[in-house]
Design a protein around this ligand. Structure first.
Ligand code: GN1
Ligand code: MG
Length: 352
């Protein structure tokens, strides 16, 4: 993206754009993101929203505005959207949608952690996010990507991809395909449980949480997928990226871990803000830590089978490697189910 173009976009917003510089942030798989700096000080985040993935950007922005209005408390320091000269929360140019957000001074993100304080704070802030949104009626928010974290839908998409893929590609992905077919019935009981729908973030991996310099969690970022879901999606997505001290595409499987100290710290943090959870929800939290990496692995595998059309991949087999890694963590999680139940019962369960 050339600088003149970025500058032109920035000029559409009500800010002083003199002497700004841009830094590309490449960790996301979906949107194009830039840090906007002045005299080397980061001031804003500028993002071009991927309208191939997000078909209804205007409703998406409305979801975010609705949520931001509620995400206000002493324990939650949120980012805000800057308005365009026309008073809108995004700027549309041809088929591209751009938005500008505040950058919280000194804030940082982590892809992985070994620090129990970070794990604790992540649990606390996810609890607070849900606490602040717990009275929202799910119907008020648009389903931006219908069935986003719905495993039965993801299985259907996976089966469609298997029908169409070449024998060669199918051969390369054989282990992943076999694991997916063998494992998905494990999650049937979860979907039969009729849990309450809540407004969820739906993408609570660790690097979507902002931390202060002293590792206090400030807020959740990347709010594109705020819509209805089960609390378990947010719980499971956070756990898969916190208790595993390796990256989600780590190919050396021996480096993928289930760190119990980090798990306990995360649940301790969550327990500070978890009074909204029902006991039925609490009982099904352990399986969610396997469900979420399984869904992500399956989505990466499906995208590999489809020829890498959804995620931005840096190399041909990246989706496949993410799948192998995520399926490996799924196995670790399933092995820790009884352990997680005992921790969760102790720290979260309400005595009736
Ligand atoms: C995508 O772009 P990013 O990293 O925020 C994806 C998430 C996955 C993630 C990979 C809309 O998010 O679901 O967790 O890649 N977002 C969408 O971990 O598909
Ligand atoms: Mg995202």
């Amino acid at each position: 993206m050339d600088i003149q173009h970025l500058k032109h976009i920035l000029n559409q917003f009500k800010i002083d754009t003199q002497d700004v510089t841009f830094q590309s942030i490449t960790t996301g798989y979906i949107n194009d993101t830039f840090l906007v700096l002045k005299s080397e000080k980061p001031l804003y985040i500028l993002q071009c929203i991927n309208s191939n993935v997000f078909k209804q950007v205007e409703s998406l922005m409305l979801n975010i505005e609705l949520a931001l209005a509620k995400l206000q408390s002493n324990e939650y320091k949120t980012i805000s959207l800057l308005k365009t000269i026309e008073g809108k929360s995004f700027y549309k140019q041809n088929k591209s949608y751009w938005r500008l957000m505040t950058f919280i001074e000194g804030s940082t993100t982590y892809n992985t952690t070994t620090n129990p304080k970070v794990a604790f704070e992540a649990g606390r802030i996810i609890g607070e996010f849900h606490n602040l949104l717990k009275d929202e009626s799910p119907g008020v928010f648009t389903d931006i990507i219908p069935n986003f974290n719905n495993l039965p839908f993801r299985i259907t998409e996976f089966k469609k991809a298997i029908e169409k893929v070449s024998e060669t590609r199918k051969g390369v992905a054989k282990n992943g395909i076999d694991f997916a077919i063998k494992t998905h019935p494990t999650f049937d009981t979860f979907y039969k449980a009729k849990l309450p729908l809540r407004i969820c973030h739906n993408d609570t991996k660790l690097n979507n949480i902002l931390f202060s310099k002293s590792n206090e969690a400030l807020c959740l970022i990347d709010l594109d997928t705020i819509m209805k879901g089960y609390f378990h999606y947010d719980f499971g997505d956070a756990v898969r990226t916190i208790v595993n001290t390796a990256n989600e595409d780590e190919i050396e499987l021996s480096k993928i871990t289930f760190n119990t100290t980090l798990f306990e710290a995360f649940v301790d943090g969550l327990s500070k803000n978890a009074s909204f959870l029902t006991n039925k929800e609490i009982e099904l939290l352990p399986i969610a830590t396997a469900l979420m990496p399984f869904i992500h692995g399956l989505r990466a595998l499906t995208d590999y089978l489809n020829g890498n059309i959804y995620y931005k991949v840096a190399y041909e087999n990246q989706n496949l490697e993410r799948c192998v890694s995520l399926f490996h963590f799924t196995k670790l999680s399933l092995q820790h189910e009884a352990y997680m139940s005992s921790v969760i019962n102790l720290k979260l369960k309400k005595q009736n």
